[in-house]
Design a protein around this ligand. Structure first.
Ligand code: ZN
Length: 134
C-alpha cells in the first residue's frame, strides 16, 4: 500500500466522508449510517464496523479513566459527588467525541481494504473410505 492510500483513508475516515468520492457524508445524525452516498451514490450496505469502534474506545479511553476513578477512590476516599463531577464527565469527554471519527475510519478502512465476512471456499473433496479409488 502506498502513502496516498493511507492519507486518503485517514482523511475520509476521520472527516466521516464517503470512502469512494470523499465528498458525501457517512452519517445522518451522530452515528446513524446513511443508506448511500449523497454525492456519488455508493451504497453503504457494505459498512458494518460492528463493535470495532466501541472496543477500541473501551481499551484506549474507558479503562484508563475508570482506573483513574478507582485510584481516586482508593487514595483519597472522596465523597460520591466528586466522582459525579470529575470521573463521570471525564469518562464522557474521553469517549464520546471519538466515537464518530473512529466509526468513520473503520468504515473507510472496510471499503478501501474490501473487507467482508469470511466465507468457506467450496471445492471438490476426493472420496475417502473403502470405495476410494474404484
Ligand atoms: Zn461518495
Amino acid at each position: 500500500m502506498d502513502g496516498t492510500t493511507d492519507r486518503s483513508l485517514l482523511s475520509v475516515g476521520l472527516r466521516c466522508r464517503c470512502p469512494r468520492c470523499g465528498e458525501g457524508r457517512l452519517f445522518d445524525g451522530f452515528i446513524t449510517l446513511k443508506p448511500a452516498c449523497e454525492a456519488c451514490g455508493l451504497d453503504y450496505g457494505f459498512a458494518d464496523p460492528a463493535d470495532g469502534p466501541a472496543f477500541f474506545i473501551m481499551m484506549s479511553m474507558a479503562f484508563p479513566v475508570t482506573a483513574f476513578g478507582i485510584w481516586l477512590e482508593l487514595t483519597y476516599d472522596p465523597p460520591l459527588w466528586i466522582h459525579a463531577v470529575l470521573t463521570l464527565p471525564l469518562l464522557l469527554l474521553a469517549c464520546v467525541p471519538i466515537i464518530r471519527p473512529l466509526k468513520g475510519l473503520f468504515i473507510a478502512s472496510q471499503y478501501i481494504n474490501k473487507a467482508e465476512e469470511g466465507r468457506f471456499a467450496v471445492r471438490a473433496v476426493p472420496k475417502a473410505g473403502p470405495e476410494a479409488g474404484r
